[in-house]
Ligand binder design. Structure first.
Ligand code: GLN
Ligand code: ZN
Length: 748
């Protein structure tokens, strides 16, 4: 057998590429400096992979920002507006990635979307009438040659035409069919160039194959690859898939003239069945994704050997997806050795592939030992509690209508009540003070006094401008997941466990290490304090269990459903504690609820929503009827899961609402959505201050679709990333707009 990987993290061991690129953005280094730095980094990474003993090493998995953008640029799929700026290659690339505003003109960044079921984001290819597909850059060949010079014969990676066209957005009445012929010719040209440069293999990534496919999709894929593979120029072609199985197209794929096919045995729950039912052809290599490319846990060799025994002989051992989605190395962590042995980040996963390939006895014995011993002592009481949950635990009583009437009576809020999503600007001062506290430079008392003062001012401001439901401002929180993770038992935090989210941005997901429990109140102190400062209602602010889970590295030894239920019980305790301490409205944010929605629509309910929605209900099912439960989501794309959202059985939901989502309002209306709604009336992602008139118009549009007694008025997300000045001005306008619309209603 041999070993390979699909791709390697590119930001660098300590996010060096991020910092260097940001220096370039700030004009502190030149383009040549940045390019030279990147070249060295690529070298380092190829050598790390080679020294680990991996046989086939990819290239062109490096990117300054995003591989999908690289592919768009490679094929000259560049909006005319950006082309016209007449930049050089790197400037143009970053103008596409980040937008450009300067003496040459003004262009927006390309839209960005979540990459399949990961927290990585890609830049969406834009096809226009003027798009003229041709080979436009030499990056893929250059990087191949760069490695070749080091004596490493790599396998260049490229995103395939099927997925590229599937992800694209089409303008000026164009459609994907208009571009297929030129695109295939351009891929062909890349083949020719790579073959001429001495490449033996090319890896074409087609993750789009793991989605639900229509008959037309299948026909299109076949047509594309019959054309491409008719002329391989002597190259061996690896078709690489990941993030699931290719059940809709497996038979067609193995009948095509690929030399290797990469299948995911980790997330692809049907993959083993597929190759058992229709044997994998003997004349092709099976690139078997057996080491999890997304999670950070040590591979269980015994289970992997069991799996390998069922696979054909012509296997190349690989990861389930690119290692882009895991941090660089456990070496850079300060966990004890006892803990470290359970973790495998990118570098350690290389070693795993090699150990599995070489059946390295010492490594296997060590691995067996790890999996034989008890990693953590399970929380038996908690397990029992979860096992004993009954349907009643997931149902809040009385039913919605009765609660709504009662709350309307008791809370005495005006029509169109105004509120915010929770956080207020996290100014430099807030971050610096938190940093000082964490480093022990100021005492707990000093830090608390600082937070208390921030809350005082925040409450006073909200009272002054006349908001109806107040918040404490979340000044004590770094991040909506990390904050809760740090307060709960069962979490571990890495020091350098960064994963690229988009461009130069990384996230450092906390690790769920053990059973989750809440051993102390988390938010009660500051919520209570804020409430003591005003006669008005202050909302309590929590992050929901599904979001906490989706933004953490989950365990592999128990299901994510079980971990979510553990989180739900912990947050439930917090909810009840807040209620007992006089908090009358509690918001439970589920900003990331949609994130783990399975890629195949057919799996949405059975694999996810059927437990994720109940997990949310479990959190609030035990509150008193008069306590009002809010939730918040950072997007408005839930037309397709509208019933599930209503089934969360919150009393109020706020969400992002831009011009485009009037369609959602229609859908809410059509579906008799019971939950009260706060569609964001202005976009907090921009520093613009919306005028009273604008907000009034937006509220007007909402009232055309939603009954007045169901509508709340709020911004579309938390305000923590905004400056204070624009925030204050925007909120004042929001309150004025709501008041004016209200008066209009009374007079009508
Ligand atoms: N309550 C959180 C805040 O206001 C919600 C953040 C979010 O939705 N991402 O910051
Ligand atoms: Zn949000």
């Amino acid at each position: 057998m041999t070993t390979t990987i699909i791709g390697f993290p590119r930001l660098g061991e300590f996010r060096e590429l991020k910092f260097e690129t940001e220096k370039y953005f700030r004009n502190e280094i030149s383009a040549d400096d940045l390019k030279a730095f990147a070249k060295e980094l690529r070298q380092k990474h190829w050598n790390v992979i080679k020294d680990a003993g991996i046989d086939q090493i990819p290239s062109n998995d490096f990117s300054f920002y995003d591989n999908t953008l690289d592919t768009s640029v490679l094929f000259n799929i560049i909006p005319k507006k950006v082309k016209d700026l007449d930049f050089d290659e790197l400037e143009e690339y970053f103008a596409l990635a980040r937008g450009y505003q300067g003496e040459k003109g003004d262009v927006h960044a390309l839209p960005m979307k979540k990459w399949f079921n990961t927290n990585y984001h890609y830049l969406v290819p834009q096809f226009e009438k003027t798009t003229n597909i041709q080979v436009n850059t030499t990056k893929i060949v250059d990087e191949f040659l760069e490695a070749k010079e080091l004596g490493i014969l790599t396998r260049p990676v490229i995103l395939g035409p099927f997925t590229l066209l599937q992800l694209g957005q089409y303008h000026d009445g164009t459609s994907s069919a208009d571009f297929a012929t030129d695109l295939l010719a351009a891929y062909q040209e890349v083949f020719t160039k790579l073959a001429a440069a001495g490449a033996e293999w090319i890896q074409i990534d087609e993750p789009g194959l793991v989605l639900d496919l229509t008959a037309e999709d299948i026909a299109r894929f076949k047509e594309f690859y019959q054309t491409l593979l008719a002329n391989k120029n002597g190259l061996n072609v690896l078709l690489q898939t990941y993030f699931g199985d290719i059940r809709d197209i497996y038979e067609e794929v193995i009948a095509l003239d690929f030399d290797g096919i990469g299948l995911d045995f980790v997330e692809g729950k049907e993959t083993l069945n597929l190759i058992t039912n229709t044997p994998f052809p003997e004349d092709k290599k099976l690139f078997a994704g057996i080491v999890n490319g997304k999670n950070i846990w040590t591979n269980n060799y015994t289970s992997t050997f069991d799996l390998l025994a069922k696979l054909p002989k012509n296997v190349v051992l690989s990861t389930s997806c690119s290692l882009l989605h895991v941090p660089y190395s456990v070496e850079n962590e300060v966990f004890s050795d006892e803990i470290k042995q359970y973790f495998a980040f990118a570098k350690e996963k290389l070693a795993e592939l090699v150990a599995l390939d070489k059946t390295d006895q010492a490594a296997i014995e060590k691995n067996n030992r790890i999996f034989k011993q008890e990693r953590i002592t399970a929380n038996k009481a908690l397990q029992e509690k979860i096992a004993q949950l009954t349907d009643a635990d997931f149902v809040r009583l009385p039913a919605f209508d009765e609660r709504e009437a009662l709350q309307t009576d008791l809370l005495k809020l005006p029509n169109l009540p105004t509120t915010t999503i929770g956080s207020f600007p996290q100014t430099k001062e807030v971050k610096i003070t938190r940093g000082k506290f964490k480093r022990g430079e100021i005492t707990q008392e000093e830090y608390d006094a600082f937070i208390a003062k921030k809350i005082d001012d925040c409450i006073a401001f909200q009272e002054k401008i006349g908001l109806d439901v107040l918040v404490h401002g979340e000044f004590e929180r770094n991040d909506m997941v990390e904050f809760f993770g740090e307060a709960l038992d069962g979490y571990l935090f890495s020091k350098n466990g960064w994963v690229q989210s988009y461009g130069t941005r990384g996230v450092k997901p906390p690790i769920i290490w053990g059973d989750i429990a809440r051993s102390k109140a988390i938010t009660v102190q500051w919520s209570k304090y804020a409430q003591s400062k005003t006669e008005q209602i202050v909302k309590g602010m929590l992050t929901g269990p599904v979001t906490i889970l989706n933004w953490s590295f989950p365990r592999e030894d128990i299901s994510i459903k079980d971990s979510t239920y553990q989180l739900a019980l912990a947050i439930q305790e917090e909810v009840l504690d807040l209620e007992a301490n006089g908090i009358r409205i509690i918001q439970i944010d589920e900003a990331a609820l949609r994130e783990k929605l399975p890629l195949r629509q057919t799996d949405w309910y059975s694999e996810y929503l059927d437990w994720a929605i109940p997990a949310f209900r479990l959190v609030h099912s035990k509150v008193q009827p008069e306590t009002q439960i809010h939730t918040h989501m950072c997007y408005s794309e839930f037309e397709d899961i509208i019933q599930a959202i209503d089934d969360m059985d919150a009393d109020v939901i706020s969400f992002e609402a831009s011009r485009s989502n009037l369609a959602l309002l229609d859908a809410l209306n059509r579906n008799n959505f019971q939950t009260q709604v706060g569609p964001g009336v202005y976009d907090i992602h921009s520093p613009r201050i919306p005028s009273v008139e604008e907000i009034k118009q937006t509220i007007g549009k909402i009232l055309e679709k939603i009954p007045t007694d169901k509508v709340w008025v709020n911004p579309d997300c938390g305000l923590k990333t905004r400056g204070e000045k624009e925030t204050y001005a925007s909120l004042e306008n929001l309150v004025l707009a709501a008041k004016e619309v209200r008066e209009g209603l009374v007079n009508d």
